[in-house]
Design a protein around this ligand. Structure first.
Ligand code: FMN
Length: 432
């Protein structure tokens, strides 16, 4: 299902805004105010394109897209990673229906915050290729500073970074307007040499086509495709930018992409992804849930994992286990940290706790947890570059695990929430 098929399928839930709105600050602030309501802006003040946002803000939306229950989403992703498959090839793809002038200022690239260094592409899937490792997909934010030039934020250690360091410069395409299978696949961190398009195809099949000017295969039904080259030797200041934690990131000298071709579908729809918004958080965190699950499941039966937005969908995880022996809570904590290296705090709960309800998790903490007995503290480890409280030079952080599971046997008070007897209240609400 393409990006626009998804919009079509959910049309009854989408808010359509017909009055003209500016791509500079107005769209971003509007989306934030109504989040997680999906919106299509039909008229942009600056150009004739449509913009859609808040599309993939919740795990339920993704579950519906894949037609699986919420608890199965992480298994669906894990299965696709384990069994990748090759997308079908098509000629004359929809994404090349219209070839546009190379002028980035003509596109609906949003300015999000007054503090930002410029207009930013935030939903762009960057595809590149290495003669030895093949194609790679990543997300990279891109800051426009000229009609054909953007600064690309490349975190050190990304596969894109490895490719660029070895090759010096390379062809790239940036695809905007992709469905969740491709978005999630681009956000996974798999072994060097795995083309994430093959993971996306196993989540849900789609077609690829050859880019117009680069030797790269791209999703045939993307809404917009920008083609060009990125050079390690040409750099430009990138930032400030409001990142995942909704705080300002610093200015860095980053590689430059020079755009040489732009194409799009007829009547294309731009995907606006709010920096630090729920959609950004969901796409960052969701691909780490399977890796935490697999790591925990090696030491204790794991039931579910939620990387929740309260923890920026990156720094916190709630892990549900089926405890067998007393030590399982702490073993699960250590395993969860192995499954996601940027994790700072992990909360381990029993099966009667709703891991999607923060009040339920807090209840477990209030009634089952003792700080001097159930806490695991791992001081001064390398954490996330996104955490403003980690040390600035080397991101040292203190990892903390909270074992919120109840003891396997207890004397005295029970640890189980007692349920009220079930009754049907209809007869009191609608007396005959
Ligand atoms: C919405 C979104 C935006 C992202 N922006 C960036 C970015 O600007 N720079 C970056 O290096 N990684 C960014 N990431 C993270 C990487 O794209 C992601 O971790 C990816 O899996 C790395 O792939 P790799 O393992 O092939 O290197 C972003 C992820 C998401 C979901």
């Amino acid at each position: 299902m393409s990006f626009r098929d998804f919009l079509e399928q959910r049309s009854s839930e989408i808010l359509h805004v017909q009055k003209p709105i500016s791509k500079d600050y107005e769209i971003a602030s509007f989306l934030k105010q109504v989040e997680p309501q999906p919106v299509v802006f039909e008229k942009i003040k600056e150009n004739a394109y449509q913009v859609a946002g808040n599309l993939f803000c919740t795990k339920d939306t993704i579950a519906q897209y894949f037609s699986v229950p919420r608890q199965q989403v992480l298994h669906h992703i894990a299965k696709a990673i384990a069994c990748p498959s090759t997308p079908a090839y098509v000629g004359s793809p929809p994404c090349q229906e219209v070839v546009a002038d190379v002028n980035l200022f003509n596109l609906p690239i949003l300015k999000h915050f007054i503090e930002d260094g410029g207009p930013y592409i935030t939903s762009g899937i960057v595809i590149c290729k290495h003669p030895k490792y093949g194609q790679n997909l990543d997300f990279h934010r891109l800051m426009v500073f000229k009609t054909n030039k953007m600064a690309v934020r490349v975190v050190s250690g990304r596969h894109f970074d490895t490719y660029l360091n070895e090759l010096g410069e390379m062809e790239v395409t940036v695809c905007i307007g992709a469905p969740p299978n491709i978005l999630l696949a681009a956000a996974t961190s798999v072994a060097l040499g795995v083309n994430e398009l093959t993971i996306a195809n196993s989540m849900q099949p789609f077609n690829v086509a050859k880019a117009m000017t680069c030797d790269l295969l791209i999703p045939a039904e993307a809404e917009f495709v920008l083609e060009g080259r990125v050079s390690r030797f040409e750099r430009h200041s990138e930032g400030p930018f409001v990142d995942l934690t909704e705080t300002l990131d610093v200015i860095r000298q980053e590689p430059v992409m020079t755009v040489s071709a732009i194409s799009h579908r007829s009547n294309p729809i731009w995907h606006a992804l709010l920096p630090g918004g729920l959609e950004h958080k969901l796409l960052m965190g969701m691909p780490r849930e399977p890796t935490i699950f697999q790591s925990v499941n090696q030491v204790v039966p794991c039931k579910d994992v939620s990387i929740n937005p309260g923890g920026c969908s990156w720094l916190h995880a709630i892990v549900q286990i089926e405890k067998q022996v007393e030590e399982d809570g702490k073993r699960a904590i250590l395993a969860a940290f192995q499954g996601h290296r940027s994790l700072k705090h992990v909360f381990v709960v029993d099966q009667d706790i709703d891991i999607y309800d923060p009040l339920s998790v807090e209840w477990a903490m209030a009634t089952r947890f003792q700080g001097d007995r159930d806490l695991v503290i791992l001081p001064r480890e390398r954490g996330s570059s996104l955490d403003p409280s980690a040390s600035e030079e080397n991101y040292l952080t203190c990892r903390v695990g909270f074992d919120l599971t109840k003891p396997l046997s207890s004397k005295g008070k029970s640890f189980t929430k007692v349920k009220y007897p079930p009754i049907s209240i209809e007869k009191w609400l609608n007396p005959a």
